[in-house]
Ligand binder design. Structure first.
Ligand code: CP
Length: 307
């Protein structure tokens, strides 16, 4: 049996193109399972997984929980709000207490970049990074690339532009790594203040004009403005951002080709994307969410088999 080159999924940077292909092939099988009347397999029957979330989440937390339940794992959920973290307990003490209850795997979201990497140096359990601050969100990038593969048959050679707040986005960084490992061409587009200074060193194209970016690409992955991570004003107003970088159907219809629209969610309708674009036939936003469950099943299954 093929296996992953890693014990933890901390970031896309750490995994190989072969790892990604193995995750995709495994997710193909789990997607078939999810389309059956009985959507459950016994693969992780003896495994207990803790979803440990120190930051808000809708899609990722529910998607992991559903993936775990579809694999027949035992699941516990921890949210830092309402927990003893509020009484001063450290990250390591919190996780070690959870592990003392005979938990085998940790899925963690944390506001601090590197938090899952820190944990991986101190605990034995497998760790899946469900988003660490502005750093990486590996399963999001995997489900994004899987959705592009599903739409076009392959990722290699596709032109993908990531539009918006690249500076504060873990989705952008993980997508850049995943898409490049799979042979796609990647561009980033946004106000210059929301693009990291040295982004070109990652081998991506940079475009400040959104129309030119859309004319270049096959796929546009539209990101939210991450106001919760912004300590200062990066642009005059949301209204002005929408005027220059907002994607709407009129703009999409004015292009000389039909491109695919993606968004990792949560969407701020009327800011980075209009409802008529988000809900159009060009949008695969809900396909991304659907694929997230199969991708997370694949990641958990493959990591569990490394135990
Ligand atoms: N895409 C994503 O990570 O969404 P949530 O923050 O709702 O999990």
């Amino acid at each position: 049996m093929q296996e992953l080159s890693v014990r933890h999924l901390l970031g896309i940077k750490d995994i190989t193109p072969q790892d990604i292909q193995l995750i995709f092939e495994t997710a193909d099988n789990f997607k078939d399972v999810l389309n059956r009347p009985i959507k459950k397999v016994p693969s992780l029957r003896d495994i207990t997984i803790a979803n440990v979330f120190f930051e808000n989440s809708t899609r990722t937390r529910l998607s992991f929980e559903l993936a775990e339940k579809r694999l027949s794992a035992d699941v516990i959920n921890f949210s830092s709000s309402g927990s003893s973290v509020k009484k001063g307990e450290s990250l390591l003490d919190t996780v070690n207490n959870i592990l003392a209850m005979k938990v085998d795997m940790i899925v963690m979201r944390h506001a601090s970049p590197g938090a899952p990497h820190f944990l991986s140096r101190h605990i034995e359990a497998n760790i899946v990074n469900a988003g660490d601050g502005t750093h990486e969100h590996p399963t999001q990038a995997l489900l994004d690339a899987f959705s592009i593969r599903e739409k076009y048959g392959e990722v290699a050679g596709k032109k993908v532009v990531i539009i918006g707040d690249i500076l504060h986005s873990r989705v952008a960084l993980s997508n850049i790594f995943a898409l490049q490992k799979l042979g796609a061409k990647v561009m980033v587009c946004g106000p210059v203040t929301l693009l990291p200074k040295h982004i070109k060193e990652l081998g991506v194209k940079v475009e400040l004009n959104v129309r030119k970016a859309l004319e270049w690409c096959d796929v546009a992955n539209v990101l939210r403005i991450q106001l919760e991570r912004q300590q200062m004003k990066y642009f005059p107003s949301l209204r002005e951002y929408t005027l220059y970088y907002g994607i709407d159907k009129k703009l999409l219809d004015s292009l000389n080709k039909e491109i695919t629209i993606m968004h990792p969610g949560p969407i701020n309708r009327g800011v980075e994307i209009s409802s008529d674009a988000a809900d159009s036939s060009q949008s695969i936003i809900l396909n991304q969410v659907e694929n997230g469950v199969a991708i997370r099943m694949a990641v958990l299954y493959l990591l569990a088999s490394k135990r």
